[in-house]
Design a protein around this ligand. Structure first.
Ligand code: GLV
Length: 387
């Protein structure tokens, strides 16, 4: 058993274990991948203020996200095709999150269905929805999420159309993978992954196949989004979906103060500052640069969450210090899942928790709820002195 001390260890194992097509799917940004890279590298520009001779005993990272108790303010982000990274991956990730005491968000583009995840967990999870053209499908999706006792929906508002990820096109990404000489040759080097995958029946988009009408190729993410997603989504439609659901709503994909103001106006319970992991508009600013102005504009009216580039507990700490009430990890948990299944997701959460806890203490705090901007050294103009 390798010694895992950091998220990067999990990424390396993941790369060895999972077919290239799925590794590349997770490890991509759109076009030049500038935003994808900067989501992580911009964290490095912020420094933490070391404090000494403060009592570090009896620490806690417990907090709340949308009124729910969390062991630390770090949720698992919705990630498409998670069940292709490891057989039954969404179930494994949801179980790890539940045991750890953090929220799990199931993607519409998951392999395991809402019902599958509900049947294998005991606590409510969150369900991420894409805004599709077909209102009947949306209504049924909300009913299914309600029946599964999901405690909130996360509406993704930055993916009406899909940003181009070169590798997915070159690899012919599909779920299940199409058997081509290239993909077969690759899978021959990923035998344990393949054996597990052959033992599960969950190899298709579980929330879609058999539920969505008029989708000609339900194995392809790009054709499915092009056919089914609603390119004309606007704030009225977002408000309509909020009403259709009738419960807690988190809006994911806000990067601009004007959009954050709009989200607060329609009464979202929380917003997630996010650029979709750098997978949509390449050239957009990193999430961490976007965070503080949004907190300043709407933080007193709506809970502001943060997503994008987190690979360590220090990153989580920085986002919290800039005003986020909760954060999300996407790739960081996928690395763990691909590397070691459920145990790997737990490992990713443990690594991040330990880093968060110790870094908080080194900054002079014992309670995550007391952490504020004072622990940071932020370069002048970090959030942008853009013209
Ligand atoms: C879907 O959410 C994706 O970014 O691929």
């Amino acid at each position: 058993m390798p010694v895992i001390t950091e998220i990067e260890d999990l990424r390396r194992l993941y790369k060895r274990r999972v077919p290239k097509m799925f590794y590349d799917y997770a490890e991509s940004g759109s076009w030049t991948e500038q935003t994808f890279r900067e989501n992580s590298s911009d964290f490095d520009q912020i420094r933490l203020r070391q404090r000494i001779a403060v009592d570090m005993a009896g620490r806690t990272t417990k907090s709340r996200m949308i009124g729910e108790d969390v062991a630390m303010p770090v949720a698992l982000a919705p990630v498409g095709l998670t069940g292709m990274q490891s057989a039954d991956g969404e179930i494994k990730a949801a179980r790890a999150a539940e045991k750890f005491g953090v929220p799990f968000t199931l993607s519409t583009m998951s392999i395991c269905s809402i019902e599958d995840v509900a049947a294998h967990t005991t606590k409510p999870f969150w369900f991420q929805v894409y805004t599709l053209k077909d209102d009947d499908f949306m209504r049924r999706l909300f009913e299914r999420a309600r029946a599964a006792k999901c405690s909130a929906i996360v509406i993704t508002v930055d993916l009406q159309i899909l940003g181009q990820r070169h590798k997915d096109l070159k690899n012919g990404l599909s779920a299940p993978p199409k058997l081509t000489p290239k993909s077969v040759a690759d899978m021959m080097t990923k035998i344990p992954w393949g054996i597990e995958m052959l033992q599960t029946k969950r190899r298709f988009f579980g929330n879609i196949v058999g539920h969505a009408k008029g989708v000609t190729d339900p194995t392809s993410l790009s054709s499915w989004t092009a056919e089914a997603f609603d390119p004309s989504l606007d704030w009225n439609r977002i408000a309509k979906f909020k009403e259709m659901w009738g419960g807690k709503v988190i809006l994911k994909g806000i990067l601009d103060v004007e959009d954050a103001l709009k989200a607060a106006e329609i009464g979202a319970d929380a917003i997630i500052v996010s650029n979709h992991g750098g997978r949509q508009l390449d050239g957009a600013i990193s999430s961490i640069r976007a965070l503080e102005p949004i907190v300043q504009a709407v933080g007193d009216r709506v809970e502001v969450h943060f997503d994008g580039g987190i690979r360590s507990g220090q990153d989580v700490l920085k986002a919290l210090a800039l005003g986020a009430k909760g954060t999300y990890i996407g790739r960081a948990f996928v690395y763990g899942l691909g590397a070691m299944g459920e145990a790997g997701v737990t490992k990713a959460l443990e690594v991040i928790h330990r880093e968060l806890d110790l870094s908080m203490a080194f900054c002079g705090h014992r309670d995550i709820l007391n952490v504020d901007r004072d622990i940071l050294l932020v370069p002048r103009g970090f959030s942008g002195d853009w013209a």
